[in-house]
Design a protein around this ligand. Structure first.
Ligand SMILES: *Cc1c(COP(=O)(O)O)cnc(C)c1O
Length: 367
């Protein structure tokens, strides 16, 4: 918390508008446009619902295919499965754990409509190659930038590169509102319809701008917009986004320095940040040699009351993944690294405990 969340919530209460699309919603959306350079931003209940809006906007139909990594959260796939599409998984890169752009083109079929990339740990995917592939084949690119706020790729903010993108403000992310998210629109063709889907299929937003004299049902839609209390909370976080990111980076850099020697000694592997990527310190992880070694590390840290956790179970191995999705080729990196990766604690406020966390982790490496 930044300390100003409750102040803004009281202001929203005093404003008297508690439904969405009020002053705090507009302030947050303008901040997102200014900060990322996207054409338009709409607050949503979650990254999940922003991805669902993206699937509606690109008019995903039953049988369509969407290429994505299997090493991701369920919502990346679910947003398209809900429209009857088939997620097609390709393997990830061993360095960043992002989709391996060199495998995308071979997975394209006549049914492929989109590529949905995930910027794992807030580190950008190879967007130049991915946008070029999409352009060659007439595909849309959706960025699942749930973890990517305040990161950039060759000077462009994550979330501002694909046709559409989704941020998450879930409490596990860097900038939070409990539950929350945003749809970022970079292709202006989607801007007007996005507003309509967002406002339950009505042209209510045009009505409020005085562009039409009454509002009515004009398209499909749903309730995708959060109320003003959520936006007021989020505003306190966005105002401090630079400070939050700086504190996280400080912790991340301390970890990175501390684990340099164990990496040199082949005891573990550290995260890789490619040239041209500026990241937001969303996550610090270590990769051990085997599942057994990772389990031993988690137990070692737990014995010192430090919680460390693994991450995604690959979607192609999950029950719903087997039912609704398919893979293109084997996914050896996904399967191996998901069993060997462990995340360390990382949040603003950890600073005082950080030396103990690092010492405990180093004691495992040196045991
Ligand atoms: C957190 C996360 C989501 C879901 O975000 P919500 O805001 O909780 O819906 C989706 N994709 C990825 C990659 C995430 O990390």
């Amino acid at each position: 918390m930044t300390g100003e969340e409750t102040v803004h919530i009281l202001e929203a209460h005093a404003n008297g508008q508690l439904a969405g699309n009020g002053p705090f919603t507009r302030a947050c959306q303008q901040w997102l446009v200014d900060k990322t350079g996207c054409k338009k931003a709409l607050l949503t209940h979650s990254c999940t619902s922003a991805l669902e809006m993206a699937a509606l906007l690109i008019d995903i139909k039953p049988g369509d295919e969407v290429i994505m990594p299997s090493y991701t959260f369920v919502s990346t796939a679910n947003a398209f499965v809900l429209r009857g599409a088939v997620p097609v998984f390709v393997d990830i890169r061993a360095d960043t754990l992002n989709i391996d752009e060199s495998l995308i083109e071979a997975a394209i079929t006549a049914k492929t409509r989109a590529i949905c990339v995930v910027h794992y740990a807030g580190v950008g995917c190879e967007m130049d190659s991915i946008m070029a592939i999409a352009e060659r084949h007439g595909l849309y690119v959706i960025e699942d930038a749930a973890q990517g706020i305040m990161s950039d790729y060759h000077g462009r903010a994550l979330g501002s590169i694909g046709h559409l993108a989704a941020f998450s403000f879930h409490e596990t992310k860097n900038v939070i509102s409990g539950e929350g998210g945003a749809l970022l629109i970079n292709d202006e063709r989607f801007a007007e319809r996005a507003e309509i889907l967002w406002e339950k299929g009505t042209n209510r937003s045009s009505f409020f701008r005085g562009e039409v004299d009454k509002y009515t049902w004009v398209d499909i839609g749903s309730s995708f917009l959060p109320g003003e209390l959520i936006a007021a909370f989020l505003w306190a976080q966005l105002e401090h986004a630079d400070g939050i990111t700086a504190r996280r980076l400080h912790i991340w850099n301390n970890y990175h320095t501390a684990f340099a020697d164990p990496e040199t000694n082949h005891q573990l592997r550290r995260p890789v940040i490619p040239e041209g990527c500026r990241h937001n310190a969303h996550m610090y992880y270590l990769i051990y040699d085997s599942l057994a070694e990772r389990s031993a590390f988690i137990a070692h840290m737990k014995a010192a009351d430090i919680m460390t956790v693994f991450h995604y179970v690959p979607l192609h191995l999950a029950p719903a993944g087997l039912k609704y999705c398919r893979t293109h080729g084997p996914l050896p990196i996904t399967e191996q690294l998901s069993e060997r990766l462990v995340r360390l604690p990382l949040w603003p406020g950890l600073e005082t405990e950080l030396p103990r966390v690092i010492d405990t982790a180093l004691a495992f490496a040196n045991a």
